[in-house]
Design a protein around this ligand. Sequence first.
Ligand code: SF4
Ligand code: SF4
Length: 89
Amino acid sequence: MKIRSPFDGPWATPEPPLDIKTGEWRFQRPVTKVGKCRQCGWCYVYCPLGCVEVKETHFSANLDYCKGCGLCAKICPANAIRLSREGEE
Ligand code: SF4
Ligand code: SF4
């Protein structure tokens, strides 16, 4: 099975097109406060889409795919993720 999406999620099907930018469905986005991230990886594990990426100094969502469910912000033990409405800073 060929998966073109970098994130294998429930939207992935065996036939193309697979690369659906689910981030367009979002009305709020998770913003990582880089200095507060302890790199525990909970957001990575709990994100239902598996779209949290590991950066050099922190973890953050790939906004091409993040649907803005807010789960990562809810479970982050360091309170390092805030939700921002789309179109606002
Ligand atoms: S859950 Fe919070 S502290 Fe842990 S890696 Fe994710 S953003 Fe960083
Ligand atoms: S808001 Fe939801 S979909 Fe987006 S990174 Fe966090 S847990 Fe994943």
